[in-house]
Design a protein around this ligand. Sequence first.
Ligand code: IFM
Length: 448
Amino acid sequence: MGYLGYFPEDFLFGVATASYQIEGAWNEDGKGESIWDRFAHTPGNILDGTTGDVACDHYHCFAEDVALMQELGVSAYRFSISWPRVLPSGKGAVNEKGLAFYRRLIEKLKEAGIKPVVTLYHWDLPQALQDRGGWESEETVEAFAEYARLLFATFGDDVHLWITHNEPWVVAFIGNYEGRHAPGKRDFQAALRVARNLLLAHGHAVRVFREVNPKGAIGITLNLSPVHPLTEEQEDREAAWRFDGYLNRFFLDPLFRGQFPEDMLTFYRKKGFILEPFTEEERALVAQPLDFLGINYYSRHVVRKGEEPVLETGEHQNPYVERSDMGWEVYPRGIYEIVERVTKEYQPQTIYITENGFAFPDTLQNGTVNDERRIAYLRDHLLWLYQTLEAGYPVKGYFVWSIMDNFEWAFGFSKRFGLVYIDYATQQRIPKRSFFFYREVIRRRSIR
Ligand code: IFM
């Protein structure tokens, strides 16, 4: 893979989390109910029957967690703010105790010399807004802009990077089409409406950010993957391109070109769905210049023509490749492919890899976790990431998902992604071997 040098000094090495997955304290200090509280409390929705009520109890253990990050040596910590913790009904009355928690966290990070990177929306919508239509409704779009204003005004100058949404594709399609995430709908038309509104809400938040004009930078995080056709047959190639339109271009095109991809507009229309193209005014809102694009990269998709009812695609599950505990193929080269493609086709100013990580059923043995496969995964992705720098692509940071094991949505606690093992019975935190591997990478700014 060529000469392996050093990551630049200003390259951010970080770790990432999200509020519902780690905080717990689901109804403490005035926090309102979120759609994930409601969804996880509904029997049958979470594989192991657990909830995020306590999770990693980060709400109470945050000082210990920041100390671990300091020991790890990261320069940035990406976390999300729980909307109903600061605005219990989604809008209107502010919960000062909720804001105070994030103030304490940001202070601790500052003391530790770690830059806060804040996601506004990582899936825990206030239930009060969902009750009035959630992301299908314009009311939520407006409420999001006000929520963003509150956060920019309160923490504006202390936050290094702001991320409007985390993975809007997952919010729209896993939450509203596949129904595996809150709010648990199975309605493709609803998912399209949600996706459109998420993009508009993003645009409003960016506009508010430019008005308030705090010190930091603003962008959005998308889950992106290379999509490869299973064979060279025309039908498979068309299926792969459609899947790419569904997953990648559906968000990239509006954000960087102001409009949904023409082929997807036509395809959905043919299928009988309503997807309004953005008006001129909306285009200007959605495609405002961003300071950076966040990319969450885990795996690729190998696609063929198939039985999926809307897209008529199928995913090929090659039994001969390595997979994580999520069933996702380990494909390190994909991090390079996606950065290269996005740089060439969309020219974002800066790219951050805002998530990358590996789930494995880790076990504690003699007080430690020897997570060799996670180390190999991270090493190989960092090797390919380094190649993107050599190629001159504008990648300025990398965040491991996650600093610690946490509540993996519909899988509950059955999937472990952390550099730190959580003993959920005692809330004890135990750094895994990958923690020390990453610490060495950060210390040397190199994989050597
Ligand atoms: O845990 C999630 C995270 O919330 C969003 N990106 C993918 C991770 C692993 O599934």
